[in-house]
Design a protein around this ligand. Sequence first.
Ligand SMILES: [Zn+2]
Length: 285
Amino acid sequence: MVNEYEIKKQICDIGKRIYNRNMVAANDGNISVKLNDHEFLCTPTGVSKGFMTPDYICKVDENGNVIQANKGFRPSSEIKMHMRVYKLRPDVGSVVHAHPVYATSFAIAGIPLTQPIMPEAVIALGCVPIAEYGTPSTNEIPDRLEKYLPYYDAVLLESHGALTWSTDLLAAYLKMESVEFYAQLLYQSKMLGGPKEFDQATVQKLYEIRRQMGLPGKHPANLCLNKDRMNCHNCSGGCSAEKAPGMPAGTSSVHGTTDMHVDNRAQSPEVIAEITRRVLEQLGK
Ligand SMILES: [Zn+2]
């Protein structure tokens, strides 16, 4: 395992990237990394994440209580939000919160990122719903986040910003980049008269690529999620009217596919390249 000091340095590096890419202003944003079930590293409150050194980084337990913090530093005021993600998603190793301009604009306008407009966003993100507004630093944000946690790896926080999580720090950060890039594309294509959305057949072909790649995390391609008509371009909210989750494997509907239904044989680069080629061919690209 990478030693703790190295992880602190990585948190500082990612903090710089978030700051330099205008994903936060001033002292905003926060980052955490899980060391084990009872120890987590997190950024401190009240400092710019673009100017941190490893001695800034605090250590907390699973309840957000301080285990270690250097003089003058206290854990992020949003640590409860991070801890709720770890509690409900044991597969998660890192959580990133930022206020990227485009994604946050959608969060403020109350528009979820659910339109299937480009292959990478459909494959990597699936869709990004909006967790209802909560007062920062209270339990309101964690509570409102909860229902999205089993089904997504990124959410917008209503009138606030974005939250992403993944297996490790780099992956969680890259997910934030993807969310912002997708939001920017969506915004700009709306300016050009509105994006041309993929139809369901196209979306399902992209989901098939994701399944073949065996990517970690939760995604509509791996799991039926839309029982209560939450935002999702998997089924445009119509899933609840269709088949229940857990249909036998091999059925044609993506809704029946479970996490276990990943064909490990098909994960070689050659096979993925071939699938990608065929899908692009069918898309007429
Ligand atoms: Zn925030």
